[in-house]
Design a protein around this ligand. Structure first.
Ligand code: 1BO
Length: 272
């Protein structure tokens, strides 16, 4: 497993995303993923599956210290007094004393960012999390957050896959030492029948999804694909035994389109 280093954090380059996984399926997939060698699990308060993630981690038998666990604070808990309480509730659901990474899930323009970041940093100082970061932040918001946060931020988690150009966010992350963590890294399955990825896959004897994930980790990006199917868990992790050429990397980057974004809620910020 490769790691991405970011402002003191060491994040496994491939993780399991759990958005839209629930109940027994979620616990079973987390357990299987850890048995297969995954060492990074991503959850969030709003996914309503922190309890099942905790169940899966315990059932796997993998030592807590060997797993990197992220959760995210939902935007209705951004007021400073509320953030700490909500994180403690997440930890009760996960049945853990702390997480490895705690993120602000989406920007919330109704609460001053400086106050929320102060509360996030305080949660770190209390030992509720080892690292802090943000998610769905634009370049302007990254700049504002880095300037206002009393503790180093280690990542921005955003949608990223070959159909969505994230050059500007990547550059801002690089400039400030943040890792870019990619959610929906295989574009919710839309890459499956992509001609370019399939052609490159034939050269390396890999699937389109494996080519796509390799393309991300080869840019020093962390990818957190989600799946509920055990065979896909194995497929997604078998990306560390080959390398894409610079020309193949460019061919994949050229697939980006202005209509590539798949997650765009009404409360989303104005994207770069
Ligand atoms: C509302 C969830 C978006 C991805 O984490």
């Amino acid at each position: 497993m490769l790691f991405v280093e970011a402002n003191g954090a060491r994040i496994p380059a491939l993780g399991l995303g759990t958005w839209e996984l629930s109940g027994r399926t979620c616990a079973r997939v987390v357990e299987q993923a850890l048995r297969l060698g995954y060492r990074h699990i991503d959850t969030a308060q709003v996914y309503d599956n922190e309890r099942e993630v905790g169940d899966g981690v315990r059932a796997s038998g993998v030592r807590r210290d060997d797993v990197f666990i992220t959760t995210k604070v939902w935007t209705n808990h951004f007021a400073p007094h509320d953030l700490e309480r909500s994180v403690k509730e997440s930890l009760v659901r996960l049945r853990l004393p702390s997480v490895d990474l705690l993120l602000l899930h989406w920007p919330n323009p109704h609460v001053p960012l400086v106050e929320t970041l102060g509360a996030l940093a305080h949660a770190r100082r209390l030992g509720l999390t080892r690292n802090i970061g943000v998610s769905n932040f634009t370049v302007a918001l990254i700049e504002e957050a880095v300037a206002a946060c009393p503790e180093p931020l280690v990542c921005d988690q955003v949608e990223y896959h070959p159909y969505l150009d994230q050059t500007k966010v990547r550059a801002a992350c690089d400039q400030h030492g943040l890792a870019l963590v990619a959610y929906s890294p295989i574009a919710k399955g839309r890459i499956k029948n992509d001609e370019t990825l399939a052609r490159i896959g034939r050269v390396h004897r890999k699937t389109a999804a494996q080519i796509c994930l390799r393309w991300l980790v080869q840019q020093n990006v962390v990818a957190i694909p989600r799946t509920s199917r055990v065979e896909r868990l194995s497929e997604n992790i078998e990306i560390f035994d080959f390398e894409l050429s610079p020309d193949e990397m460019s061919q994949i980057a050229a697939l980006a389109s202005p209509k590539g974004r798949l997650t765009n809620f009404g409360f989303a910020p104005k994207w770069d």
